[in-house]
Write a protein that binds this ligand. Structure first.
Ligand SMILES: [Zn+2]
Ligand SMILES: [Zn+2]
Length: 256
């Protein structure tokens, strides 16, 4: 098992540590490799994410590569992005060519229906989410990010009434209610078509363990990511390492 962390955010997007601090931290922790995967999505509602230019991104990559080589830390230049509903990347050829790793994460869902705050278990909305995730699983990109954690339920929440923990619990309840065995089978079928890896999302401990077990049975590769936005979370990957050990699934680990 290689200790890698392939999902990290720096100050280039919404993280608190600079790319140098993150690389230094990885070196200190003795990680085999990391990927700095800042948000890059021209269609994101968050202006800070959607306003980053390709030129800025390529500069960021150059800086990361230079510094990683200088201190001798294996570091990949990645991005985290959402796709359109059909799972298509909306990135230029140049970005695709330059990025070592592309994580596609379902940060939002194209949905025409009306959402009501407080009505968390909106079946139509979650069915639409599931369709999008299956499309994303079948689509391009290296890794499907946090498919059961960080669900896009913010429009269903009453603003400023929930803690991080409560939102995670809500994600779990939604997964248990709607993401059933039949859906997981279709999800795995789509992954088999594309060869895409699924992320073991360490901060939320998702996907659920029975889903991970099925992924392993189907020999779907898995990628380890802390999704850290702070320096202290860099390399918080023990949960994923333990699961890989428990199922003797180290050979399915996505390594680049
Ligand atoms: Zn994300
Ligand atoms: Zn992230």
């Amino acid at each position: 098992m290689k200790r890698v962390d392939y999902h990290l955010h720096s100050t280039f997007s919404d993280g608190e540590g600079s790319y140098k601090q993150i690389i230094d931290r990885a070196k200190k922790l003795g990680l085999y490799g990391i990927a700095i995967t800042d948000h890059f999505d021209a269609y994101d509602e968050n202006k800070r994410t959607s306003s980053i230019t390709e030129e800025e991104l390529f500069n960021h990559f150059d800086n990361i590569r230079y510094y990683g080589q200088k201190i001798g830390q294996r570091v990949l230049c990645g991005i985290e992005t959402c796709t359109d509903f059909d799972g298509n990347l909306r990135l230029s050829e140049e970005v695709i060519k330059n990025a070592d790793i592309i994580i596609t994460s379902p940060h939002y869902v194209e949905y025409d229906g009306k959402l009501i705050q407080g009505k968390f278990y909106d079946k139509d909305y979650w069915e639409r989410y599931k369709e999008k995730v299956i499309n994303m699983a079948r689509g391009k990109g290296d890794i499907l990010g946090h498919c059961e954690g960080y669900l896009p339920h913010e429009k269903l929440l009453i603003p400023n009434t929930t803690t991080f923990e409560q939102r995670q619990q809500l994600s779990m309840k939604i997964a248990d209610r709607f993401f059933d065995n039949q859906y997981i089978e279709r999800f795995i079928g789509a992954l088999k078509e594309s060869g895409k890896a699924v992320e073991l999302h360490c901060i939320t401990h998702t996907p659920r363990e029975w889903v991970i077990e099925k992924l392993f049975e189907a020999k779907i590769p898995v990628s380890i990511g802390s999704d850290s936005h702070t320096l202290s979370q860099v390399g918080d990957i023990d949960w994923a390492i333990n699961i890989l050990n428990k199922y003797n699934a180290g050979y399915l680990q996505f390594i680049k």
